[in-house]
Write a protein that binds this ligand. Sequence first.
Ligand code: SAM
Length: 348
Amino acid sequence: MRDLARMTRAELAEFIRDGGGADYAELMREADRLRHLSYDNEVYTRGLIEFTNFCKNDCLYCGIRRSNPYAERYRLTQRQILECCSLGWELGYRTFVLQGGEDPYFTDERIERIVYSIRSTHPDCAVTLSIGERSRESYQRFYNAGAQRYLLRHETANDEHYHKLHPAAMSPENRKRCLWDLRDIGYQVGAGFMVGSPFQTPEYLADDLLFLQELQPHMVGIGPFIPQKDTPFGTFPSGTVEQTLLLLAMLRMLLPTALLPATTAVGTLDPLGREKALKAGANVVMPNLSPTDVRKKYLLYDNKICTGDEAAECRFCIQGRVERAGFRLTVSRGDHKEWRMQHDAIGS
Ligand code: SAM
């Protein structure tokens, strides 16, 4: 099997264009072996709380973009977020992911208060934020309040492609600046991208892989692009499960200890998509903990699964899926191993 880490942009692009070609079966075996080496058969779980769908951005692919008049807007109160966490704790979650649109209502002070109160109520739990682009100062404040992880997909590492997916007001430089700042502050950082987004080429995907090798994030979230009918990309085709699995396995080879989620989007395109993703090298699942009455409103793309389920149903459904795929769902914070060792060493 060829060494992906030594491939040039052109070679990576060709490998992707060929779907792994003659190396496909070995790639999948190697990805599985490397995941087992770092994580045995453990799958980490995080409770996802989608706490606001207000967004000041206008990403052309996203169902909660500012100019979608059909998105029914909501935001959870601090009390509701804490109730989700308490329910999550009872269900065995030890990590809460707070995700939302870029909602100016959630000022630095409000986010700090929320993070601080979750960490005080559940000191054995980790808090992950996924609330978009902010200043370095804001990221530092959230970190000081107790957030230790941050998910911010870079979306695409290619500047030309970035501008085709986003309005002129958004810049790839700022997105990348955020990721470097987050790393520098000491967060466990998650980057990532959609597979099969409009105008994507194998060369652009090669750029993503090269950027990720440079950034060395602790987590990488990838999932297929799925159109949302009320967006400018509403009639574009979805990405494919096959290409998502190929890229997951390539990522496992390039970043052997990374935390790689089996995303809801891959489960939306294929009822067994998350199980397939685990077998291709993923090792994290993120069941939904948001109150059932708001789930349908966090509609990034059409036909999203699990929007009618209760938190407990999602928890036990995912456990069954993980176990049937031959893995074990772990009740722990599920830190990135090297990050944990560094932080234990400095006593934080
Ligand atoms: N506002 C935060 C941010 O910018 O990181 C977090 C929320 S954002 C909606 C979360 C992710 O959803 C994005 O990074 C994007 O990759 C993904 N997403 C948005 N629209 C999508 C679509 N149509 N298909 C698949 N994924 C989508």
